[in-house]
Every structure is written in C-alpha cells, then in structure tokens.
Design a protein around this ligand. Sequence first.
Ligand code: GAP
Length: 476
Amino acid sequence: MAITLDTIMSLAKRRGFVFQSSEIYGGLNGCWDFGPLGAELLRNIKDQWWRAMTLRDDVEGIDAAILMHPRTWEASGHVAQFADPMIDNRTSKARYRADTLIEEYIERLRAKGKTQDAEALEERLRTAQTPEDYYAIIVDAAIPDPISGSRDWTPVRYFNLMFKTFVGPVEDDSSVVYLRPETAQGIFVNFRNVLECSRRKLPFGIAQIGKAFRNEINTKYFLYRTREFEQMEMQYFIHPGTEQQYFDYWLQQRMEWFLSLGMKQDMLRVKPHEKLAHYATAAVDIEFRFPFGWGEIEGIHSRTDYDLRRHQEYSGKRLEYTDPYTGEKFIPYVIETSVGATRSLMAFLCNAYTEEEAPTAEGGMEKRVVLRFHPALAPVKIAVFPLVNKDGMPERAQAIYRDLHKRWKTQYDDSGAIGRRYRRQDEIGTPFCVTIDGQTIVDGTVTVRDRDTMQQERIAEDRIIEYFTSKLSDSN
Ligand code: GAP
C-alpha cells in the first residue's frame, strides 16, 4: 500500500504529533512544533541515539551553545561556502535554487519520455560547480520558469544559508553571530577540552544532540527540509590512515541502529555522495524511502583533519594530539555520523504507518490504522481501560494506571466502546492495552492486548509491573 505525505501529515496533526509553528498566525514556513505525542517520540529517538552513542567506552557527550564565536564559521568554511546557487526570473520575480530548477526540468523531460535529453542534462548537472555552470545549463536547455513560462533569467548567485543575528545592543558588523547550521563545530572547538578532561586516547568520539538552523530556500516535504531542526552528530577522532576502517565500522553501526529500532530493511539504502561537501573526502548517505521518494536521513563523512586543522589555524591554539606510545604529534582525522533527529522522526513515522483490514467486535471488518513503532520509540507505552464504568472496574483500573504511570508513559481511557479505544491507541502506536473486566474483580487477572498481533493474554494483576519491565526493558 502506497502511503502519501498528506496521510502522514494529517495523522500527525490530528493526534498531536506535529503542528505548524505559530499556526494561529498562519504558520511560519519551514518551522514545526512537536505536540504531546511528537515531543515524546522525538525524545525517545534522541534517548535511543544518546544511549547507543554514549553507553560505550569510547564516546563522550557534550552540549555546546548554539551561538558560537563568528570565527568558528570562517574556519569551518561555512561563511565562504555554505551557500546554494540561486536564480531569479525577471518576469515572475520568483527565486529558485538553480540545481533544483534543473532537477525538476529533468523529471519533466523523463515524464515526457525524453530520456536521452534528461540523461545528458543530468550528466552536466553532476559536474556543475560554479554559478556560471548552472546558468549555462539553464540557458542552453532553455528551461522555462515553471510559473510564468518566461526564460528571462538573472545570473546565478550564491546565497548563504546561515541565519545571522547580533550579540549585544549594537547591530553592526563587529557583533554579527550566526545560528549554528550544524552541531559538529561545537564538537571540534571543544576537542581539546574533552581530550584533556576525560584523559582519552585515540580513537574516541564526541557526541552531541542539538538544534541547527538553515535558511533553506525551498523548505519542503513536511519535516524533511526545514529551517529549524535538530541534529544528532558524533565526531570520531582517529589516527590518519585508519579512516576507511572506521568509516565502514560507523556506517554499519548506524545502519544497525535504524534496523534495531524497527526500520524495515527495504525502506533503507546506502548511497555514496556524487558531490562531496567542502570538508569531506568520502561520504555516504543512509537514505529512507519516503512517500515522495528516497531521501537522506543520515550522512557518514570522512572529514580528514580539515576541521581541526582550520580551527588550529584560525584560533592560533594547538589542536594536535600526541600519541602516548610513539610520541608522534599529529592532528587527528575524523569520521562523522550526522543524523537529523526531526528528519528521522518523520522517517520513523512513515516506517510505522500501516493500514490494514481488521475484524470488528460485531463480526465485520474495518480499516485499522496502526503505527507499528518499536516499543522503545512509542510515545505512549501502555493504555489502561475499565471495560465498563461500573462494578468496581474504574477503581481497579485507576489503581493500575497510577502504578504504571509512575514508570512508563501510560494513558487512561474509559470512553466509548472497547473496540474504539483499541483503535485510538493503535493509531498512535501504543504497544499494549490493559483491560480491567468482570473477571478481574473475580480472580485478579487483567487482559493485555498486543498492538501488532491483536492477541490478548490474561495475566495476574500483581505481575503487571514485572510483565512490562521485561517487555519494555529498553524503553524509558
Ligand atoms: N555536520 C554535517 C552535516 O550537517 P548534512 O548532510 O548537511 O551534514 C546532516 O546534515 C543531517 O541533518 C541530514 O542527513 C538530515 O537528516 C539533517 N538535516 C540537514 N538539513 C536539514 C533540514 N534543512 N531540515 C531537516 N533536517 C536536516
């Protein structure tokens, strides 16, 4: 069954996963708010990543400030190179990313069966780097403005994606700072601090989760390309010459992480970069099959000693490492793993979404929407229902709910038919529902219903905590 982005977005809004930012004012393009369930899901993804990264003996975590000294971004290359090629159409006054304009034109050629023309343009786009390269492709292929059909284009210019603001009361060039476009630089500038305080030896890593900001021209596909987002990045510092070994190692680790959290194998693929970022000598993307097609969720990059070397040069502080065994001094190489927390939340939502036919209590069939989240990611772990609101059931159910809620995110629901209540929980991905019925009052057992199999089992009330402790052992 092919799901659409609209289906995911409408469920996300209706059930309180994601809202448009400042929606009552009409929203702000490229920014989203996480509602009660989305905030839990995001937190669970970040917790799982943090545990996978830092519950090992070679990675430390940090939490650096979003605002950093502006020289950071000169050293990192972002001031000079973190830019998209833009082109304006003089007739419609619309502004486009030149590479996207060309890509969309290539798709239209393909749709018309002009495969050879499409392939020829694709080949030119692959090697395009300068504004002149992009401009020449657009003019040579006579690409029209999708809005006006006009071919009256301005030259292509680079537009920097970093948000600028000012520190202090004076808004001049000397007080400019940037909202960080990646969390990685907070790690590089703290390399020496962490090395010294933790008394680490290579290889070791530094992990960080935090907000990043990019003034994307084309925000699109819901949480996929936004202006404010969250990243989970880890820089692994290594001896030069070992980069291939650790690149392969971390790619495997990261693929296993997604799979261990229920990502379906056929929804993931690894794609080498065709164009390398200014700091990378090798890079692959882990891609997810979104409803709109394959899209990157994580990048694994071999960054050499580029960043530390540049920070050493720009700050004048030595960032070398002295090998304790050989006495050799060198700037460590780096393997980076960089995953979007918010973008992967969208991938986990799409991966979990299932529609199926399920039997009703009356013996018929109906559509069942289920989010098949891994229990560790599910925003709500358990729901508790009294079968009916009488005969002592609500009191027993409340007592069980209060006990469970101290340990796991639990919901209490006593309204509507039991089948409806199950469906409401299926739709938000709650793995277990506990029902207190007439038999509970007689023999002290409750039913536990499994979201995926819809099978129910009876367990003793006094074993509930033990039961869920084993079922939810890797959850918070
Ligand atoms: N430090 C390397 C770096 O930032 P990147 O490929 O630009 O590399 C890494 O970004 C990850 O951050 C992406 O794989 C994606 O998951 C996420 N990301 C990047 N830009 C994003 C945006 N505009 N909106 C949402 N997520 C984004």
